[in-house]
Every structure is written in structure tokens, then in C-alpha cells.
Design a protein around this ligand. Structure first.
Ligand code: SAM
Length: 284
């Protein structure tokens, strides 16, 4: 008897899902961004994964608005003179091809070897608008990543890090140490990340069912403290934007979610309330 291969074979397959939603956004008449390479990158496997996750499919707005908010922050930071951008857990992100970025900007993508090789093969004939390098690295390997961060830190003056759809897969201790490692190089000056409240984490664990080993959900990080979690690690939240409010502004929500979006927002402790934020952190 042969055992069928699971639809989500490893953590990198979640990158296909993100590409599916960017591809769908691209063909909307009111698209918040266009990513012409996303369809090819998502492939039929990405669509199969999306179909197997009806909860995620019903909440496409959350993926799309997250990307939109990261785009906004990145553009603002580039205007303020960032000379290197480091995309940790870049997956199938194509910002160096689709965004209007300074040609002198150095852009580094970090992810696991398999997904980067898949991406490179598909994008072989495409030209990025700035200098682009890819680093194959397991970000849970602490000593290897410290070495990479130290090397990158020496190559530019003002570096922006971002992690989109990544830290939720680490537990709180792993995120704490990662944050401290990112705080170490003096030139790592800004960090954009997205994060969930404990309430949203629970909802996602129940509905997204991304389980990669023995029934354990791979979704883990949703700290009680909210963005303040990062303060003892050397990072100060300076701007927190809420995808729900943004989605309401662009009329992307169902009636029920629209009602929820009318509640006043705070960016502190959320308790059991489902909340997500896209946060810009800086060194104090
Ligand atoms: C949900 S995808 C997000 C990808 C991309 N940032 C985006 O928004 O489209 C999560 C990504 O995290 C990467 N990832 C997960 N664990 C990792 C690790 N230990 N080291 C490096 N990358 C990792 C996966 O390969 C995948 O590309």
C-alpha cells in the first residue's frame, strides 16, 4: 500500500498559499498591488492547497492587506534612506521585481534551500529592479544565522529587516532569541513584522490546520504582550497598523467582519480578541 503525499509537505509549501492570494489580487480591477509573477510561482499545487483551506480562502483579505501594509512600510523606509533590505523567510515574494525601488538598493532574500531553488528556476529569465541576492539558511539554526547577520550587518549602513508571515511559526522563546540576534548588528535599524494576538492564534490553529508533525500545529506565536513583547529584546514598536481597519477602508470585509472592524482598536494586550498587526520596530 502506498501512502498519499500530504498536500502541505513542509513549511515552505505555505509560501505557495501566499503566492495564490497575490495572484488572485493581481487580476482584480481594484487591486491593492499587482504581482504578475505570482500565478506562475503559485502553480497548480498552490491552488490545490488553497482549496483545501476554506477558512483561509474566506479570509483572503488578511493575506492581501498584510502584503499591502508591508509594501507601504517598505516604500516609506526606502524613501528614508535604507540601503539594504533583508527579507527573512522570503518564500515566493517578488518585491524586487514588482516594486519601484532604487536601483542602488541591495535586497537580500533568506529562506530554506528548497523553496529558493524552486523560485530561482521559475524566475530565471526575470530581471529585478535592484541588486538581489539569495541566502539559503535555516533560520532556526542560531549560530549559522548569527554569522549571516554579522556579515550582512557589515555590508551596509542602514538596514531594514522584514519578516512577513514567518514568526508565527516560531515559539515565544525562539522569537525572543531571534529578536535579540536581529538587534545585535548596529546597522540593523528597522524591522517590519506581522503578529497575532493569543485570540487570533487560537482561531488560526483551529481553522488553518497546518500541522507538520504528529498533530502539532506549526502556528505557535501570539504573545499576550502584543508588540511590546519586543521591547526587552532591544526593539521599540514605532508604528503599528491593523489589517482589519485597512481592509475595512478598502471595502474588503464581509458584513460580520465589517461590524468587528468598527470596534475601537488598541495595539496593546488583546486577550482573547482576535487581532493582528503589521508593526514597524526600531532600535530605542
Ligand atoms: C507563509 S510563508 C511566507 C513567505 C513570504 N514571506 C510571503 O509573505 O509570501 C513562510 C515562509 O517561511 C519560511 N520558513 C519557515 N521556517 C523557516 C526556517 N526555519 N528558516 C528559513 N525559512 C523558513 C518558509 O520556507 C516559507 O517560505
Amino acid at each position: 500500500m502506498t501512502q498519499a503525499e500530504p498536500l502541505i509537505r513542509n513549511i515552505s509549501d505555505t509560501a505557495l498559499l501566499a503566492a495564490v492570494y497575490r495572484a488572485r489580487e493581481t487580476v482584480r480591477h481594484d487591486a491593492l498591488f499587482r504581482d504578475p509573477l505570482a500565478r506562475r510561482l503559485a502553480g497548480t499545487r498552490g491552488e490545490q492547497i488553497a482549496k483545501s483551506m476554506p477558512f483561509s480562502d474566506r479570509n483572503t483579505w488578511a493575506w492581501v492587506v498584510r502584503t499591502y501594509l508591508f509594501d507601504q512600510f517598505i516604500e516609506e523606509q526606502c524613501r528614508q534612506g535604507v540601503d539594504m533590505v533583508v527579507n527573512l523567510a522570503a518564500g515566493l515574494d517578488t518585491r524586487p521585481y514588482r516594486m519601484s525601488l532604487p536601483a542602488t538598493l541591495r535586497w537580500i532574500e533568506v529562506d530554506l534551500p528548497g523553496i529558493l531553488s524552486y523560485k530561482e528556476e521559475i524566475l530565471a529569465d526575470e530581471k529585478p529592479v535592484c541588486t538581489l541576492e539569495r541566502v539559503r539558511l535555516d533560520l532556526s539554526d542560531v549560530s549559522a544565522r548569527r554569522e549571516v547577520f554579522a556579515q550582512l550587518g557589515n555590508r551596509a549602513a542602514k538596514i531594514l529587516i522584514f519578516t512577513e508571515g514567518f514568526i508565527i511559526y516560531f515559539n515565544a522563546d525562539q522569537v525572543r532569541v531571534l529578536a535579540e540576534d536581529l538587534a545585535a548588528p548596529a546597522t540593523f535599524q528597522r524591522w517590519i513584522l506581522d503578529m497575532a494576538s493569543p485570540g487570533l492564534l487560537k482561531l488560526l490553529q483551529k481553522n488553518m490546520n497546518i500541522s507538520l508533525s504528529e498533530g502539532v500545529s506549526s502556528l505557535q506565536f501570539g504573545p499576550e504582550e502584543g508588540p511590546e513583547f519586543f521591547v526587552p529584546c532591544g526593539w521599540q514598536p514605532v508604528d503599528v497598523r491593523t489589517p482589519l481597519k485597512t481592509a475595512a477602508r478598502f471595502k474588503r470585509l464581509s458584513f460580520g467582519m465589517r461590524l468587528l472592524s468598527l470596534l475601537p482598536v488598541s495595539n496593546g494586550r488583546q486577550g482573547s480578541r482576535p487581532w493582528s498587526g503589521v508593526c514597524l520596530l526600531a532600535k530605542p
